[in-house]
Design a protein around this ligand. Sequence first.
Ligand code: NAD
Ligand code: ZN
Length: 303
Amino acid sequence: MQTLSLTGANGLSEICIETGLLNHAGKAMLDVFSPSRVHIVTDSTVAPLYLEKLTQQFDLPVSSTVIPAGEEHKRLSTVEGIYHDLLAAGMTRKDLIVALGGGVVGDITGFAAATFLRSVSLCQIPTTLLAQVDSSVGGKTGVDLAEGKNLVGAFYQPRLVLIDPDVLATLPDATFADGMAEVVKYGYIANPAILEMVSQPDYQAHIGDVIYECVKIKRDVVAIDEHDTGLRMILNFGHTIGHAAEKLGNYTELTHGQAVAIGMVAAMRLAALRGDADLSAPLIVLLQQLGLPTELTHDREAI
Ligand code: NAD
Ligand code: ZN
């Protein structure tokens, strides 16, 4: 098992990465927490795959909320439903909330844990590559409003993050590729060795090592700038133009990772226009190998 730790405003956060970790995640949690009951939040795609496997590992009352999969459910009414389920299950401040799923489940559940009874312990078990390398680490939680994404939320570090690369086996290829855009981002902002690793044809066999390198970067950045007032912005490489492209496509034409891929290429070209060396060619080759788009289809003025 590889472990990393981070001390945030609400205490220590431990991140564990291990192939097969989901098979003994219950024990890993009980080594850290002493709850009387556990409530797991997951979504309708992940529940049939992994919820039973996790539930049966506890010798305690376990309840769950299964939310419909999809970003459109990342909203306050979903959080309110979770609060009602937590009360119905008899959850108290000493108990444990677990987020089992991708970034949507993680963001919603993190916000519910930050706010229910003014905060309850949280364990994140991210099940998409994006959630493993990005959203489960760093303590940003929240929901969308009709006016825009992630407009309501809280900084709340999970006490424990359990990352099992094995669960990525059930991800659709396009969802896996989405996470790879963030992996490439880490390579460019902080560690070119990551780019070497994912350029190998068999890189997926070593994805646990790739995840570890990415999480280490995120951990280091968040340790310096937890509340996103300076350095943490480096994690937005490719996201400025990417977010614009995502929005212009009404969040349906492009996935987040696809938009970030296009945004990184565009940012590099802009840098070249401003007099830096043009480094976009190898980035384009790598993104194409990973099944990601590289060219803006929207009008520059609109972007
Ligand atoms: P997601 O949670 O919607 O997951 C994508 C799809 O994969 C969903 O349909 C989900 O049900 C399915 N899925 C999840 N795990 C699976 C598995 N193991 N096998 C098969 N299917 C599986 O999306 P995402 O890309 O994981 O996360 C995107 C969200 O993360 C956005 O809401 C974004 O705002 C947020 N985010 C948050 C942070 C942060 O710091 N908190 C950072 C980046 C992104
Ligand atoms: Zn992103």
